[in-house]
Design a protein around this ligand. Structure first.
Ligand code: ADP
Ligand code: MG
Length: 268
């Protein structure tokens, strides 16, 4: 049985649908990535699947249960979300941010147990940010902040981990590192990952399935081998590319077609 099933999902912000006819399912332990250009509806989709948008219809099932009928607390025990951007209160410390991940497991009026504390220390360790625990989140670099947000999501101890463009504010090396971290969580902690991205090459090695989103509609879905083609990239991203085999991974990757300005000049 699929751990996550999305059926005819339609969502927007009160002015008509931004995404529509969204159908896909995710097997337990899979890493699935929604790829699409800016404004194609990736953030809308990843929020709507969690029931975070008012204006939503369709069905979402998590482990067979209707997500739109679950309490927020129940949803938060199934899905942890690393949002895009920094809509965070900047004066919280790293420790306080990670503690937020544990709230969903607390009994009413109880304080953190020894187990909560141990888990928070473990996730900070796992993401290599233990040394930052007393720093304010506003004092961190983009890469450190992203790790802290992932640590918070892990502290939530959910089977599903959602990430909205985790590399968006990071430079190349940090972006790559975040995907390596997430892949480790999939492998070692058996997390099921739903991620959105616009950077195609970055996600190919890590995703078992891709969903191509354009103007709020799914254009295609399948394994990277089937979807990373010239014609699909042209169709979804509007870019002319060549597909090559990555020398290290043997996987397909896109190569941009540039016109070399000086060569063009000589060729005239
Ligand atoms: P992506 O994440 O792929 O860049 P978004 O889901 O953020 O795309 O946006 C898809 C469309 O929804 C855009 O046209 C955007 O303007 C619109 N949109 C996004 N957020 C809101 C909002 N809070 N209120 C109204 N429209 C929004
Ligand atoms: Mg977005």
């Amino acid at each position: 049985m699929a751990i996550l099933e999305v059926l005819n999902l339609r969502a927007g912000y009160g002015n008509g649908a931004v995404i529509d006819d969204i159908c896909f399912s995710v097997e337990r332990g899979q890493f699935i990535t929604v790829l699409g250009p800016n404004g194609s509806g990736k953030s809308t989709l990843i929020k709507a699947v969690q029931g975070l948008l008012q204006d939503t219809s369709g069905k979402v099932h998590v482990e067979g249960h209707d997500l739109f009928r679950m309490s927020r607390r129940k949803v938060a025990r199934m899905i942890a979300f690393v949002p895009q951007g920094y809509d965070l209160a900047f004066d919280y410390t790293v420790w306080e941010i990670v503690a937020m991940g544990r709230y969903v497991h607390q009994k009413r009026l109880s304080s953190f147990s020894a187990q909560d504390n141990r888990m928070m220390r473990e996730v900070l360790d796992l993401l290599g940010v233990s040394h930052l625990r007393d720093k304010k989140i506003g004092q961190l670099s983009g890469g450190e902040r992203q790790r802290v947000l992932i640590a918070r999501a892990l502290a939530q101890d959910t089977p599903l981990l959602f990430l909205d463009e985790p590399s968006a504010h990071l430079d190349l090396a940090y972006g790559l590192e975040i995907f390596r971290v997430v892949e480790r969580l999939q492998r070692e902690m058996k997390k099921t990952i739903l991620c959105t991205e616009h950077n195609i090459n970055l996600v190919i090695p890590y995703s078992q399935r891709l969903v191509f989103l354009k103007a709020g509609r799914i254009q295609a879905q399948g394994p990277p081998d089937a979807l990373i083609t010239r014609s699909w990239i042209k169709e979804v991203f509007g870019a002319d590319v060549e597909i090559r085999e990555n020398l290290h991974s043997g996987l397909p990757e896109i190569s941009l077609i540039h016109r070399h300005p000086q060569k063009e000049e000589k060729g005239r």
